[in-house]
Design a protein around this ligand. Structure first.
Ligand code: FE2
Length: 394
């Protein structure tokens, strides 16, 4: 299969990664189980399989006939890199027939003192026709990978090296930036847990998307279910219902937080927030004005500063029995208690809450052009928030 054929085959597609390390339940020293996993992936439409180790590559190719992205995970003394770190693994992967060979191209220590630049020059000279994929963790590493002659870049390592962005969800930002900058295909990979996240990766410009654990690691999948049923956390919709009931028929207040929630959710989704951050943001958006009735009764005013001062015990009390963790509760309290604070803005969830609340307040309060312009400069930073502001106030 030529490089062109392979690239055409995977364009816009979901590639499934099937891997079981020795420490995992689906690893069997006697025989691989990953060929079965790969068969399921093939039947679901995966045009290619990403997999680890010579034994699994051979078995998967035989069982499915699909091309593979092969890698070997091995930890050498003094090497931080563990994905195909030396020429020995490259040689083994070639012998196993891996159509694409994935190599760690991050800024991490190479124990033999060699530089990735020299290593890749040597590999390119030795194997001019081999398709190499760079597993990277930062934008700069991706740019360097193209210069080093890699054929593809994959964002696999984002969040797994100290120098990269740490997030519970996929790093869409790096995918977007690299796709705009590089001329070689950028594969979106890493921490994709849900179908809509995979699809969002492609809409950020990824040439193809790779999903592994969320599909082929039963332990990971089961643990996620276990966590959910153990925590028994209320959904955003349940919290919304509770908040509507608590508003005691004040239709203006209810409509207000419904709208703020809708904007916050929209911006959060389109900015690619991970599921957990979205949950926190949406919950905070629903209850952000929880102190308004209290402040009206006590001070005859719902001034922002008064709300921020009075919100904490009210949020704490409201969230009792909803199954939210302590961390989640504390973060929501922080957001509600800072939803009129524009400096500093502590995190993307805080930013989006400010933007969403402003959009609604500006319409409800018939804000003047000057106020809109001021907020555009001081408050709005997300691409989606700015787009919505401009659309509303043309
Ligand atoms: Fe509000």
């Amino acid at each position: 299969m030529t490089k062109q054929e392979l690239l055409e085959r995977i364009k816009g597609k979901l590639i499934i990664s099937c891997q079981a390390l020795e420490t995992e339940p689906l690893y069997d020293p006697e025989r691989t189980l990953m060929d079965r996993m790969a068969l399921a992936a093939k039947e679901a439409g995966s045009p290619m399989i990403r997999t680890c180790g010579v034994r699994d590559i051979l078995a998967i190719k035989e069982k499915t006939g699909l091309p593979v992205i092969g890698l070997i995970k091995i930890q050498y003394e003094g090497f931080d890199r563990y994905i195909t770190p030396t020429a020995k693994e490259v040689e083994e992967l070639r012998k196993a027939g891996a159509e694409v060979i994935a190599i760690d191209c991050t800024d991490q220590k190479r124990g033999d003192g060699s530089r990735i630049e020299d290593f890749m020059r040597e590999m390119r000279e030795k194997y001019p026709d081999q398709i190499f994929m760079a597993d990277i963790s930062t934008f700069e590493e991706g740019v360097r990978a193209e210069k080093l002659g890699f054929d593809l870049v994959s964002t696999t390592m984002s969040g797994y090296t100290p120098q990269s962005a740490q997030s519970a969800g996929p790093d869409y930002e790096i995918v977007r930036r690299l796709s705009e900058t590089l001329s070689i295909p950028v594969i979106g990979e890493g921490k994709v847990h849900a179908p809509e996240e995979a699809s969002f990766m492609l809409r950020q410009g990824a040439y193809a998307v790779v999903v592994g654990g969320a599909i082929t690691r039963p332990l990971e999948i089961a643990a996620r279910f276990q966590k959910a049923v153990t925590q028994k956390r209320a959904s955003v919709e349940e919290i919304l219902e509770k908040m509507i009931l608590a508003a005691e028929g004040n239709q203006h207040d209810i409509e207000h937080f419904l709208k703020v929630h809708a904007y916050a959710r929209t911006i959060g989704m389109l900015e690619g927030l991970d599921q957990e951050t979205r949950f926190i943001l949406e919950t905070a958006a629903v209850i952000h004005d929880i102190a308004v009735p209290f402040c009206r009764a006590r001070y005859g005013s719902a001034d922002g500063m008064l709300q921020e001062k009075e919100s904490e015990p009210l949020v704490r009390d409201f969230l009792k029995g909803t199954g939210l963790s302590e961390d989640e509760t504390e973060r929501i309290i922080y957001l509600v208690c800072h939803h009129h604070t524009i400096d500093p803005v502590a995190g993307i969830d805080h930013r989006i809450l400010l933007e969403a609340d402003f959009l609604v307040n500006a319409v409800e309060g018939h804000y003047q052009e000057e106020q809109i312009r001021h907020a555009k400069e001081r408050v709005f930073r997300t691409k989606t928030g700015l787009t919505l502001l401009e659309a509303l106030f043309q």
